[in-house]
Ligand binder design. Sequence first.
Ligand code: FAE
Length: 540
Amino acid sequence: MQHQLTRRHILGMIALQTAATAGLTRVGLESARAAEPAAVDNAPAIVVGSGYGGAVAALRLGQAGIRTLVLEMGRLWNTAGSDGKVFCSTSAPDQRSMWFRTRTEAPLASFLWLDVVNKAITPYPGVLDRVHYDNMSVYVGRGVGGGSLVNGGMAVTPLKSYFSEQFPAVDADEMYGTYFPRARAMLGVNAVDPAWFESTEWYRFTRTSRKAAANAGLRTTFVPNVYDFGHMQREAAGTATRSALAGEVIYGNNEGKRSLDKSYLAAALGTGNVTLHTLEKVRSVSRAGDGSYLLTADRIDDSGTVVETRQYSCAYLFLGGGSVGTTELLVRARDTGTLPDLDPAVGAGWGTNGNVMLARANHVWDTVGADQATMPVMGIDDWANPDNPVFAEIAPLPMGFEHWISLYLAITKNPERASFTYDPASGTVKLGWSAAQSAVSVGMARKLFDRINLANLTIYRHDLFGSSGKVFADDFTYHPLGGCVLGRATDGYGRVKGYSRLYVTDGSLVPGNIGVNPFVTITALAERTMARVLVEDTAP
Ligand code: FAE
């Protein structure tokens, strides 16, 4: 891994590890001595959520010497279960897999139309959640590290021209010169060794998809990742414990992946200024007469029972709950009157990054291999095609036997957007996404993959997304984006309109689509926000 660990990282990692071993739900630097930080009810700065946006905010606040409290609804994922592993495997999921479910809800629901994928589990604060709205569900990570715990690690920097199209008011030269490189370095982005890629059985599936794309005249491109490819090669050589080569990904990686608890969050804790409370869900935000923010948070136990409701206050509030987490909090605050001056643009501009999952059946001679690494390293890049811009990740489908399936997660340039609204009758926040809006993504994905099928004389698989024979999985997204769009619900730096000292730092800033997998963009934008805010806004 290119990234060098600093003393702060190491201290922070020890604190996280010791806190987990000691069963602490509050973590600070003192946790390195197995001491639980005292419960606090106020801090100069509070950060909600510990995904990419939250982790960047926590580190930069801590480095600036500002005492900061991070509130995360998920748990700390550093303790081994009875099987000696922190995370459960994808093929034999247990309670650790999903957030308070009695049955797993994996994206690929079936094989040969058979209901063989999902399993009964005990409700528990598991690491992957699927948040259901009408016509769309959103996969998110839950725990210290948010989405970094469950994602495929693809660390893609968007095309500069498309970034500028989506963020016309942001200085793209500064982003590509300063903040994208800063984000990549901090995240520990690295690339697969091309020679190893060409020769290893573990990426046969990718080479087969590359050939099929080339037969249709399409370009493929390598994409970097935050999984340590040195570790992966050692896994292949039998000198390291297998994780990416043992089918682990959506329910967490036990080895190899540089998730946020090993990068930004470890460094944040290492500053000594950051405390993290786990299993605490912020349910409302309001403002006191003196201008400070008041938060109400429910602390839950492993059964999901609320064991305590706590009040917090802070001068500076950073929202990093992710596109749906942050947007739901703010829509609720505006429409129930606790933050009535929020802009009407809060809740609007949400999209799925045009996500569609699909699979093709290859000819018998085009094998994909029984052995497949779970970290994607290549995409079909047809984004420059003005008639039908699509970037399709070549996704793994490790089943331990040859199945001749090529799986893809297509990112399409779907212009459709939806809004979140508060429903007073049910007290819930709803998303106005329609099936017709998903059909736009499907139309674009179909156009590209019809072309690939035609050139290769191959067909789609009809058996992987439930018993109905669905070919295009268009009812879920891995890439929720928008809801508090930069420059609309906020100013050009994520400062929320209508309120001072209130910031959004996560995926809700991105206007619905970014053309590639989004976490590098989210991280880089958060770096840009923090750099500006720490200089311009009065230090607490
Ligand atoms: P996120 O990482 O979701 O973090 C939000 C955090 O806030 C979570 O830990 C929540 O539990 C917590 N939270 C939310 N609400 C509250 C509340 N009210 N109180 C307390 N805590 C709260 O947000 N992206 C890529 O770039 N490359 C990939 O390869 C990739 N693969 C993916 C695969 C899967 C299966 C999934 C689900 C996603 C994938 N993504 C990928 C998307 C990526 O993980 C996602 O864009 C980022 O995690 C979003 O970062 P945020 O900071 O917005």
